[in-house]
Design a protein around this ligand. Structure first.
Ligand SMILES: [Zn+2]
Length: 193
């Protein structure tokens, strides 16, 4: 089974290039919830040019009163153009931030799905939890790791496929159980030291 990494070349190239490090310098001021809203508005806007509060509450599965508060908050930060009863659009600042958040989301998701082999549905909640917590340094490493795997196809086929077999057959396979046990023992020893 071969695994393809869906990070477009430009993205990981740019992210790994220190001259473009702004790309993943995510705005620290937004709360996880606001980040998710911003990304949701970006998705809706790309699909249908502008968003209605109804679209956002549906996308985020929340009550419309919650959406109003979030929209006001994003408008205060000059990230969305928002007037009650009007269509919602992103400002230039909001769109840039949403693009960064979207790239970050894909990086985390790709790691969980393409490297760790989680089902996309299983990866959804974890991606959403991790994306807000992942540090910039860790994110850069994720990208470089994914990029490395994608670039070095031959190496990927060898050990990434072996890893996939390990997690598939390892559940009941004596050998893999042994591997995991050894690894966990080594971790415990390190903790004690
Ligand atoms: Zn999230």
């Amino acid at each position: 089974m071969s695994v393809t990494c869906s990070i477009p070349f430009e993205v990981y190239h740019v992210v790994c290039d220190k001259r473009h490090e702004d790309l993943i310098a995510v705005d620290e001021k937004l709360t996880p919830t606001l980040e998710d809203y911003l990304r949701a508005i970006y998705r809706i806007e790309r699909k249908q040019k502008a968003a209605r509060p109804k679209d956002i509450s549906r996308a985020q599965d929340v009550a419309s009163s919650t959406v109003t508060a979030a929209l006001q908050s994003l408008a205060e930060r000059e990230m969305v153009n928002y007037e009650p009863y009007e269509l919602i659009t992103l400002t230039e600042k909001g769109r840039k931030e949403a693009e960064r958040l979207t790239i970050r989301h894909h990086i985390v998701r790709n790691f969980l799905v393409e490297i760790l082999g989680l089902e996309p549905q299983q990866a959804k909640t974890t991606t959403c939890d991790m994306e807000h917590a992942v540090s910039r340094q860790a994110l850069e490493r994720f990208v470089c790791f994914l990029a490395f795997i994608q670039r070095h196809t031959a190496a990927r086929v060898n050990w990434l496929d072996a890893f996939r077999r390990f997690i598939q057959e390892g559940v009941d396979g004596q050998t893999c159980k042994q591997c995991v046990k050894e690894y966990m023992n080594a971790l415990r020893l390190r903790d004690e030291g």
